[in-house]
Every structure is written in structure tokens, then in C-alpha cells.
Ligand binder design. Sequence first.
Ligand SMILES: [Zn+2]
Length: 300
Amino acid sequence: MPDFPDNDYTQRFIFEESDVRGELVALERSYAGVLAKHDYPEPVAQLLGELLAAAALLVGTLKFDGLLVLQASSSGPVSLLMVECSSDREIRGIARYDAEQITPDAGLRDLMPDGTLTLTVDPRQGKRYQGVVALDGVDLSESLTSYFALSEQLQTRFWLNADGTRARGLLLQQLPADRLTDPEDRAASWQHVTTLASTLTAEELLSLDNETVLHRLFNEDAVRMFDIQPLQFRCSCSRERSGNALVSLGLEDAQQLVIEHNGSIEIDCQFCNQRYLFDATDVAQLFSGGGVDSPSDTRH
Ligand SMILES: [Zn+2]
């Protein structure tokens, strides 16, 4: 359990008189954890925060047991944003960028022109699912909203903001028709809640608590809030996984790498910068099926 679960959580709500559900996310410690080992320029840290918020919202929305990956890539100044969130609610993320090309006020279209957004759901059991959409919205919220417009029958909208300290998001999604069966009523209620949600400013979303946000937006609608569900930053890298990557190279190539790198191979986790070292003895042991000894994990 995280020390302060109140800082990092999602919270669901439903509208009691229409077929719409919602979810809010707030990330602070986990966002700091993702940013800690990297010196991201502000616009990159903002985009990464928005993608973290989106992944956290999606993990609560898509019912699955496994890993959700959101990946945005482009040939522009930011070549990659990647966020992983597990159904155990552990999140990590990374950005790759060319610092020289990044200006302080750059938006998504400047940073990732002609980009694509890929959503992957990798369940522990069953088939992996992947969907791709052009990253052509003015921001990540709009791009994700169009992803769902293309792939889901139920309308879904996102509002995402991050400022380098807090990452926040709001999601609204239609539920199958139940309370409102008349199509016109249904469309009108969706229009009503999304129009109201769109009045929320980035500053409000970033600074107000959930209850205040919902009251400010929907004070004329009956909204029921559920318990918060904590999330935390955790990198899933391990010495064992790095060792497996070496095994997949084959013995000869792994031995060759040891020689080329003066006696030990360094494998750095791209997410958290943890370094795993493998010398000739480790490599021999890996290929003999003996696995890896964990005490040598942090030989910096
Ligand atoms: Zn790691």
C-alpha cells in the first residue's frame, strides 16, 4: 500500500437519473516517481502526466486482468510517450524526446506531429488486444476521445491535465440504455453532461478535490460517488527479466557482449534507470538454467 493513498487514486461516480458513468483520477506521488529519474522539459512532463492520467482512467474502465499500455509515437520532437498501468494499479511511464527541439509553450501538435496513439490490453489470460488511432487532436484528451469514437459503441470523453506536479483526469462514458430508453432523451442527457464537463478549466481540474469538481459541474444532477481506489508508481523491471532478455539473445551473442563491454553487460531499465550488471559468470549461469542470483542487483 502506498503511504498516502489519498494522493493517487481514481474515483468512480454515476449519474442517478441517466445512463452515464464517470471517473476522476489524481496522481501526485506516482507522477513524481515517473518524473524522478529523468530531466524532462516541462511540455514533455505535462504530456506524460496526461497520458498517465488517461491510463489510470482506462484501467478502471476496461475490465481486464493484466497490463494496459498507452503508447504515443511520432517523428517530431517527442518520439515516444509510453505508459503502462496494471490491473493491480501499478503505473510507470517514459518519454523519449529531442531536448533541442522543444520550446516551452509547445503543444501536442508541435511535439508529436503526424503521430499515432496505440492502446494495448495485454491480459494475463486470453488474447492481446491492440487499437491504433491518429494522434490528430489538439491535445491528448481529444485524441483519446476520437480513439473511443472510432472503436467503441458507447460514447466516451476525456479531460486530462498535468502540470509537472499533479496529473488529473475526468472521464465520462455512456452506459447501455436503461433509465433513458428514448434515443432523443439519451442524446440530450449525454450532451448535457459533456457540455457541463467542458466548462471545467485546467486550473480547476488540477486544484480542486473531486467533490468540489463534481459539485461545480453537476450541482443540478444527482451524482453518486464511490470509494476511491489507490494507485502507485512501481517499475516492473527485475534482474530476472533482464537476464531473460540476455537468454533470448543466445549464448554466443551474450558472451560476445560481455567481451565487447569489458567484462560485464549493463542493462539499464528505461523506465526507472535501475542498472543490472551481468558478467561472464552470470551469463554462464543464466544459460546453464541456474537463473540469476539476486543479491548482485545493485552493483553500481
Ligand atoms: Zn525499472
